[in-house]
Ligand binder design. Sequence first.
Ligand code: C5P
Length: 277
Amino acid sequence: MTVSSPAKINLFLAVTGRRADGFHDLVSLVAPVAFGDELEVAVEPGGGDIVLTCDDERVPCGAQNLAVRAAEEFRMAAEVEVGVRIRMNKRIPMGAGLGGASSNAAAVLRALNTLLGSPLAEGDLRLLAASLGSDCPLFLFGEPCVMRGRGERLERLPEAVAARLAGRRLLLYKPDFSISTPWAYGALAAMAPSGYIESRLAEAMLSRWLSSSDGPETLLFNSFAAVADRKFMALPVLAERLRGMPGVQGVLMTGSGSASFALLDEEADAQSLEAEI
Ligand code: C5P
């Protein structure tokens, strides 16, 4: 079975505080984008190994790969004895905040459940996804949504709001350095409480945008920008230059970075932007 495994961007990402379990609570508006990896997933009845191969040799293919862990956890939860072969066509860069590994894991869960005749109910699949990573549930969901809690509480957007996001032109770019997610959360925690946005304020910012008729450019916010911009000064410098170019409606880092996106109107010339980057 061939499945697509899209990247995501966070148009709004407010980290509201640290929880007792060490994770952080957040409020985010997140959307899968029409760019991503492709996976081929096959099962062999009777049992066997989980074998992952990837066209990008930088991708670790052992048990540390979240797609392999997803297949392992799925076999255990569904109590099925199958071998699993996954062929990955990798386009989403790692350490980018684009959710590549989480997306791959969710795609494997979805594919295995379909191939094996749905041994897991939708709720169990969601729990399994949440146990693999905070961004996994959103990829099972598969459409723009508001994400809360650690990332496991997802709320569908009203149709009119989703329509404001659909078909928007984006330029994604990733600098040649990566940002580790635990580092980014740690840096926010070290600034506490000033690195966090009060949840009441985050909810107010989001609901004001949801009830407006504005495009996504007026929503853009990312708590991680403050810590990333301080350490990697090229990020704010480049973002500011891109904001000044024709047809660019907004620029924001996605997730914990280092990838960022520019919202473009029809006039923007992607080639000049690429040259500037
Ligand atoms: O869940 P995931 O594996 O993506 O999280 C990676 C790391 O990011 C966690 O170990 C934790 O340090 C941090 N994190 C967090 N709060 C979240 C999501 C991730 O503190 N909501």
